[in-house]
Structures are given as structure tokens and as C-alpha cells.
Design a binder for this molecule. Structure first.
Ligand code: GLU
Length: 312
């Protein structure tokens, strides 16, 4: 076993090393409310399986988790519906942008994976089974609070409204899938719920806590809550590694070597199985729509702590 990393100085060191670069990248502006965020924000939180917490920068400031919610919603959907969801969504990297529509026609309305927008919209559709949109949103918020063991987590209504107002691309994806029968509920209902889980506001610390179960075979080691089976946790990690960064997934696996899920709000949740759950936030994005400095921070952390699913 390699020596236990000195996480306190590693986390502080990453913050100090990146400080001169804060503000790099391009903040997402296709959702107007996201464009209002200060690009110089930077937060990093590492929570170990022992519950030790290491924070740097704006780690306590809530931000829009956006597509990171897709990993949490997949967990909820697998818990409710089991493997049947794989009849409606695939498990292959898309090699395309997060909101691409091109593959859907060739593949009869079945999205490549649950982490591109089309796939997450299908997962959201499964969460509406037996629920009104309002009930589904309430269940989602309860679930995320349970994962993070924090009562204060809410959706940012202004962000949800902003997405609703500018969500033509997502509406196009949803209507297209509805025409194939991939969606069972009205498009407006599905997208209303989808926009709300993307609009969840969480701090890096809360997000890292929420991801702990993925680092510990499906059970939160701090609260003792069993979230999902170890087999499912392993598979969600596999999907995060192969599909969690859209068309930048291969590069993230190469550089960081950990399962991760990014969001256009500039956050990334990364999992070091057996060690820790990590959340980073820096709003500036790279050309593939992933946090530019967030990926670099995780690359530094994985190197300095010796954490990688591929060996030391
Ligand atoms: N809510 C965003 C959208 O649907 C999520 C995209 C992302 O975070 O990558 O466009």
C-alpha cells in the first residue's frame, strides 16, 4: 500500500497553484442565468471514507450542479426500476456533444447513454412513473438531501426558469424521442422535472458528501445509509468513467483516471473508489463543455494523492 496522502497540503497546494489561472475558460451562456456567475470562483472539496473533509476556496458556496445530477438521477432510477431502464437507454460513449441529436435518428430514438442530455431525459421520464411532476421533483430533492445528509439543498428556481425559457434543443430531443415511444410521459412534464434536477444548487462540500456512496460500494460510510448494491455502484462508476465528460471522456480518463461527471455550471464530481469522493467547481469551460480548471485540479489531485482506478 502506498503511504496515506497528506490531503490537507495537497488540497491547499492545488488551490494555490491554480489561483493565478482563476477565471480561465468560457462560462456557459446558453442558459442566461449561468452566464451571471463570477468566472473567478473556484472550490474544491475532498471527503474521505473516514469522513475527513478537506476544503479549499469557494467549497461552501452553492452552484448549479447541472449535468452532475444525471449521475444521481441514474442512481435513483436504477433503485426504482432496476435493469429495465437499459431497454430505453444505452451504455456506450457517444463521441458527440452533450446535446447532440444526430445519433438519435439512426438509433431509433434510443440515446447512447444516460449522461448525454437525451439519455438523461429518458431517465427523468422513468422517475415520473406514478408521479405528478411536482411529486417527482419533491422525491428527487429528498433523495439528494438523503445522499448528502444535508437538509438545506434546494433547486434554484431562477436557473430552472432560465433553462425552461431557452431549452429549445432539449425540447427537440424530447419530442423526437417521444415520437419513437422512448418517452412515456408528456414532453412538458419530463422536461420540467429534468430542468429542476439540473438546477439543483449544491456546494462542493455537499456534492462530495453526496457522492461518497460511489466510493464505498454503494453505502455511505459516514451515515451508514445503503444507497444501492455494490454491483450497481461499480457500474455507475464505469459509466461515469466512459461517458461522464461527453466527448472529453477519453481525455479525462487518460489524464485523471477516475470516474467523474461534469456539468455546464463548471462542477465535476469525481470518485476515487476505496478512498474518497471529490467535488470541484470552476465555471470556465473548455471546448468540450467541461470545467477547464476543474479537470486540471482533478488531474493534480489524482497524481499527487496517487489515486487512479488504473494503478498507482
Ligand atoms: N441543463 C443542461 C442542459 O440540459 C445540462 C447540460 C450539462 O450540464 O452538460 O443543457
Amino acid at each position: 500500500m502506498p503511504p496515506k496522502p497528506d490531503l490537507k497540503s495537497i488540497v491547499a497546494g492545488i488551490h494555490a497553484d491554480l489561483a493565478p489561472r482563476f477565471g480561465e475558460g468560457k462560462v456557459a451562456d446558453y442558459i442566461p442565468q449561468l452566464a451571471r456567475v463570477d468566472p473567478r470562483r473556484f472550490g474544491l472539496a475532498v471527503v474521505t471514507l473516514e469522513g475527513e473533509t478537506f476544503l479549499a476556496g469557494d467549497a461552501e458556496l452553492p452552484f448549479s450542479i447541472q449535468s452532475i445530477s444525471k449521475a444521481l438521477m441514474l442512481t435513483l432510477a436504477l433503485g426504482r426500476h432496476g435493469e429495465t431502464i437499459w431497454k430505453r437507454v444505452g451504455r456506450e460513449p457517444s463521441g458527440s456533444a452533450f446535446n447532440s441529436i444526430v445519433q438519435l435518428e439512426a438509433e431509433s430514438g434510443i440515446p447512447r447513454n444516460p449522461f448525454i442530455n437525451a439519455g438523461a431525459i429518458v431517465v427523468t421520464d422513468t422517475l415520473l412513473a406514478g408521479h405528478t411532476p411536482r411529486e417527482a421533483i419533491a422525491e428527487i430533492v429528498r433523495f439528494v438531501r438523503f445522499l448528502a445528509d444535508e437538509e438545506g439543498i434546494v433547486t434554484d428556481k431562477a436557473v430552472a426558469r432560465s433553462e425552461e425559457a431557452t431549452g429549445d434543443r432539449n425540447r427537440a430531443l424530447a419530442h423526437f424521442m417521444h415520437s419513437f415511444g422512448t418517452l412515456k410521459h408528456p414532453v412538458d412534464h419530463v422536461l420540467g422535472v429534468y430542468f429542476h434536477h439540473c438546477a439543483l444548487a449544491m456546494s462542493c462540500r455537499q456534492l462530495a458528501k453526496a457522492g461518497l456512496f460511489l466510493a464505498n460500494n454503494g453505502r455511505n460510510p459516514v451515515t451508514g445509509h445503503s444507497v444501492i448494491s455494490s454491483a450497481r455502484a461499480r457500474r455507475i462508476n464505469a459509466l461515469m468513467l466512459t461517458c461522464g465528460h461527453y466527448d472529453g471522456s477519453g481525455d479525462f480518463a487518460y489524464r485523471v483516471g477516475l470516474p467523474g461527471k461534469s456539468g455546464v455550471g463548471g462542477g465535476i464530481l469525481a470518485i476515487a473508489p476505496g478512498h474518497a469522493s471529490i467535488a470541484v467547481w470552476s465555471p470556465g469551460l473548455d471546448a468540450t463543455g467541461n470545467s477547464l480548471l476543474g479537470s486540471i485540479a482533478l488531474e493534480m489531485l489524482a497524481n499527487r494523492a496517487g489515486w487512479s482506478v488504473f494503478g498507482h
